[in-house]
Write a protein that binds this ligand. Structure first.
Ligand SMILES: [Ca+2]
Length: 530
């Protein structure tokens, strides 16, 4: 419009000149339109003053639970020297959670800084909506070179390059542990000779780091397939934990039935030395029933694997992740980037190993919603920092952006925890919210909403005839004494329930994005029915 007014008010042009100018303006406008449509996501970057963009490595593991690391002491004999090093030389966020304990929704939350009901990737099949803004797109805008290596599995099953990344190495769906086919910048490459995925992804990541442009900052997203079921360790790690003694969780035995052949009470797991006080009456019915399902200890993976093999293989697969972190750390040291590079290690969700009689994630108990989160950057973060504040997957995007000198974009619902890493006193959330949406493929876990403070947890089991849950995590860390009927806790339960609904209302979470269900049922009870 401005151009038109200027032209019309000018008498200095001949008609030929005006025609030429109109043509120029038309071309300019077309070019602008093109630029606008090419960047339909309209990424607007607001910089933070005086922040030098920092090199960043984000390492994600699949289904790595929060406490299976050597330094926690949870699994005696478990060796993860490189994860231990990250914790020792950096910050361990001991209260890190996902807002949805499932691969695709959590990954989308990490990339967008939004809750699942906001980005709408509510399950592993949900398509990716257009216009979703991912934090690496912002990094590109300020000159970062960005590389993605590994499992995408979000929004679709495809392996094609995604926005926000200059360099792309991925695979379809869950991928394979051995001899994978990788999509490398749009071209499929098949690997043979027992190529192991965790090693291969790190090979690609290292190659990219070595060949990068030295004068630009880098952002590397290493997204491991490990440690997702069905577990296949690297050949060199096979049998490493074959003699590992397993400390069965106490809550594993609370829901035993006559069909509990592997873990019945006669196995004397609950000896007088291992007493447990539990409110058996108020264990939700769906938890009892899940015990004998694909994701329960009595019929796990439809009886195809024993609990002990499953547990030990997980440790062996994890060893591959740890070793490859060591390779990245060694490269950084060699390249003189050891002190300045920010490394974030995280799990996309947790994983149960028998707690409540369950296997897997999805539910809202601690083993599922808590994740490992380690952050190392010696130039900015003190060694041995322990952060107890409640941190979530939605905080990763704003945090990495702050390290890159970019302000948090408006649509992001998480918060940067950079000040917490530097042990500064800041106003921070006192609770985290949770959501999980029922899936037809794994119907044993219902839709769940909830809220967790630093002490209490309220779980609303949606869409099933059952009881809700309230736990005092300080006095009942195993979550076996549901307080929901206790009159003394009635007002607390009511308040938490109200806060949960307010969160859903204020963030437009009242509508569940339903998706068409294809195919027949595949669970062992109703398999083959429509
Ligand atoms: Ca996962």
């Amino acid at each position: 419009m401005t151009y038109m007014v200027n032209i019309r008010n000018s008498n200095a042009f001949t008609s030929k000149g005006i025609l030429m100018l109109w043509c120029t303006i038309f071309l300019l406008n077309s070019a602008c339109e093109e630029k606008k449509s090419a960047s339909a996501d309209s990424i607007t970057v607001k910089k933070i003053d005086h922040v030098k963009p920092r090199n960043v490595i984000f390492i994600l593991s699949d289904d790595h639970r929060h406490d299976f690391m050597g330094f926690t002491g949870k699994v005696p004999g478990l060796q993860t020297p490189n994860l231990d090093k990250l914790a020792r030389e950096g910050a361990h966020c001991v209260n890190a959670f996902v807002s949805t304990s499932l691969c695709s929704p959590s990954r989308a939350s990490i990339l967008t800084g939004q809750y699942a009901h906001t980005h709408t990737i509510v399950d592993n099949q949900a398509p990716m909506p257009k216009g979703l803004k991912m934090f690496p797109q912002y990094l590109q805008q300020v000159g970062y070179q960005t590389g993605f290596f590994g499992k995408w599995h979000m929004g679709n099953q495809g392996d094609e390059p995604q926005k926000g990344f200059d360099h792309w190495v991925s695979f379809k769906g869950q991928g394979l542990y051995y001899n994978p086919v990788l999509n490398i910048n749009g071209k499929e490459v098949a690997y043979e000779d027992s190529t192991y995925i965790t090693d291969l992804l790190t090979d690609h990541a290292l190659e990219w780091l070595k060949e990068r442009e030295q004068d630009k900052p880098f952002f590397l997203y290493l997204s491991n397939k490990a440690v997702h079921a069905e577990f296949m360790p690297a050949k060199r790690h096979k049998g490493k934990y074959k003699d590992q003694k397993i400390d069965y969780p106490k809550s594993m035995f609370l829901t035993v039935t006559d069909t509990s052949k592997s873990f019945d009470l006669s196995k004397k797991q609950l000896t007088p030395e291992k007493p447990i006080q539990a409110n058996l009456r108020d264990i939700p019915e769906w938890v009892r029933r899940q015990r004998y399902s694909w994701h329960g200890v009595d019929y796990m993976y439809d009886g195809q694997i024993t609990f002990e093999d499953f547990y030990r293989q997980y440790l062996e697969v994890l060893t591959g992740v740890d070793e490859n972190i060591g390779r990245l750390l060694a490269y950084l040291k060699e390249a003189g980037l050891d002190q300045s590079t920010l490394i974030i290690y995280m799990g996309d969700n947790g994983f149960s190993f028998g707690e409540h009689g369950l296997i897997d994630k999805r539910h809202m108990y601690e083993e599922s919603m808590r994740v490992p989160l380690l952050v190392r950057c010696p130039e900015m973060i003190d060694a041995n920092t322990k952060i107890k504040s409640l941190i979530q997957n939605i905080d990763i995007a704003p945090t990495i952006l702050e390290f890159a000198g970019i302000q948090k974009p408006e649509q992001m619902q998480g918060m940067s925890f950079v000040p917490l890493l530097q042990q500064k006193e800041i106003a921070w959330r006192d609770k985290v919210f949770y959501e999980y949406y029922w899936e037809d493929a794994f119907p044993q876990t219902p839709t769940i909403f909830g809220v967790r403070t630093d002490r209490y947890k309220y779980i609303f089991n949606h869409g099933v005839w059952g009881i809700n849950e309230l736990y005092d995590l300080e006095n009942d860390p195993l979550e076996v004494n549901n307080l929901i009927r206790n009159p003394e806790y009635d007002s607390l339960a009511k308040n938490l329930k109200n806060e949960m609904w307010t969160w859903l209302e204020e963030t437009k979470g009242e509508q569940i994005p339903l998706k068409r269900i294809h195919g027949k049922k595949n669970d062992h009870l109703y398999r083959g029915t429509n």
